[in-house]
Design a protein around this ligand. Structure first.
Ligand SMILES: [Zn+2]
Length: 500
């Protein structure tokens, strides 16, 4: 286990990661709100979380990562102290005249597909907010009991003035917030800074639960239940902030090591999470990591400016997932990343250069009599130091990679590259570079043994089919599929590819 240093938004400085349990790191990353395809700005933050996961794993830690799916409660005006507006998923459902749950599942699936394209490692747990409503209600009830929240007209608000540390993450004081923050007019709240933990649902609201029983009200029963209920203010839906608090508590425990998100989550979302957690059970989140906003052509991305891109848009323009991954990952997560098509081209060229060198060095056979002219171990050490100790220093780590491959190619040109050194660089690219950046074509790093196995399985399957033993033929195909190899029958021949 190596020492890891990260910049903690809460402290405002770089500090050594000191996990609650030695060798284990618990991470919670705010996941997507599934009402539309996620855009490249969203994915910058999800890629930061992937980078963090991979760096910790590479450094020898055992990592548990929770990344939720927000499928209820995220309102359109989410930058207000207390979010207002329409539920993003319901708005889309209305627009498309579909069941809101259908919308949520559709975009959840699309998100997971995009993640795969970008080679993001799936989280250990991917909880849906709608499946943890009971936990959210329980937490809300504890906050009411302890006096940190109050219920009025069927809605429940957090009493911000009672939590003296409110504002510690975003460096806001309650006083500053009162004078400067964007607040809405709402007479039922004690203070404009109070935020909703639970909102009363009108009959027309399509996603609602019973606050007493925690049960979801099926769409077709909403009208009937509202009509028959003694107290219709019992029906409602959870706020966006409470879901992350409830899911992290259930899956990681009261305290955990790292929480990540985009910088727009710092306030109010993460500030509210801290308030809810600390007032319910006193648990602490040790380190907060936030990815900076992404600009496109120097401007904030927006649909109206025509500089808004989803992963699908870029794939359609012919860029690969690896290229997009590299372009979004290669700048430090706390720097403003200006995304341009030029930067995508540069990413494409950088990957092509690494792949080219990788292939040349892998086939390097000429044994040079020269002594070794460079030191792969020194480069590896520097590469690790940047990633581990410079707050996930990707740009410096990448410059080490390019220095190393350029030096190796120079030595080769001058006939000074030994086979041993060439193999060490190949191994570095496979084991060190690729385990973090993951952009090498998958088929190039498939082991020779697996290749042999695939070829013999193809023959075995062909024989089984000739003998009309379909069950056996299918079994062979499924065995390979389990190893990530897909067989393709074309024009009487069987080829294979890595399952995407
Ligand atoms: Zn969250």
């Amino acid at each position: 286990m190596k020492t890891i240093k990260l910049k903690n938004t809460l402290k405002g400085e770089i500090e050594i990661l000191n996990p609650l349990e030695k060798g284990k790191v618990l991470i919670y990353s705010c996941g997507p709100t599934v009402y539309d395809f996620a855009h490249i700005g969203n994915f910058r933050s999800f890629l930061m979380s992937d980078l963090l996961f991979r760096v910790l794993d590479y450094a020898g830690y055992s990592v548990t990562k929770v990344q939720n799916i927000t499928d209820v409660g995220h309102l359109t005006q989410d930058d207000l102290v207390d979010s207002q507006g329409e539920d993003k998923i319901l708005k889309k459902a209305k627009l498309e005249k579909k069941d809101p749950y259908e919308i949520a599942r559709f975009f959840e699936e699309a998100f997971i597909e995009d993640e795969k394209v970008l080679r993001i490692i799936p989280p250990t747990f991917r909880p849906r907010a709608t499946e943890f409503v009971k936990e959210q209600i329980e937490m809300t009830k504890i906050l009411i009991e302890k006096g940190f929240a109050y219920s009025i007209n069927g809605s429940v608000y957090f009493r911000t003035t009672k939590f003296k540390d409110y504002g510690k993450l975003s460096k806001n004081s309650l006083k500053d917030l009162l004078s400067g923050a964007r607040v809405e007019v709402n007479d039922e709240k004690e203070s404009p800074l109070d935020f909703a933990l639970w909102k009363k649902a009108e009959e027309a609201h399509l996603m609602q639960w019973n606050f007493e029983t925690c049960e979801k009200i099926p769409l077709e029963e909403i009208h009937k239940q509202h009509k028959e209920a003694k107290d219709p203010t019992l029906f409602g839906f959870p706020g966006w902030h409470i879901e992350c608090s409830a899911m992290s508590l259930k899956l990681l425990g009261e305290s955990f090591d790292i929480h990540t998100g985009g910088e727009d989550n710092i306030f109010p979302h993460h500030e509210c999470e801290i308030a809810q957690n600390e007032c319910t059970h006193g648990g602490k989140i040790k380190c907060w990591l936030h990815a900076k906003h992404l600009l496109v052509d120097g401007k904030k991305m927006s649909k109206s400016k025509g500089n808004f891109y989803t992963i699908r848009d870029l794939l359609e323009k012919g860029y690969s997932g690896e290229t997009i991954r590299y372009a979004l990952l290669s700048a430090h997560y706390r720097t403003a990343l200006n995304f341009t098509f030029e930067s995508l081209e540069m990413a494409k060229n950088s990957i092509a250069r690494v792949v080219e060198v990788y292939r040349i060095l892998k086939n390097h056979k000429e044994e040079s009599t020269a002594k070794k002219s460079f030191d792969v171990e020194v480069s590896t050490e520097m590469y690790q130091k940047f990633l581990f100790e410079q707050d996930l220093g990707v740009s410096q780590a990448l410059s080490v990679v390019f220095d190393l491959i350029n030096t190796a190619m120079k030595a080769r040109e001058n006939n000074k590259l030994t086979n041993k050194e060439a193999m060490k660089v190949v191994k570095f690219l496979e084991d060190d570079f690729n385990c973090i950046f993951d952009v090498l074509p998958k088929e190039t790093i498939i082991s020779a043994n697996l290749k042999k196995e695939i070829e013999s399985k193809i023959i075995e399957r062909k024989e089984a089919r000739e003998a009309k033993d379909w069950a056996k033929a299918d079994r062979v195909r499924d065995d390979l599929l389990a190893k990530g190899i897909e067989l393709i029958d074309e024009a009487g021949k069987t080829n294979w590819k890595i399952k995407s």
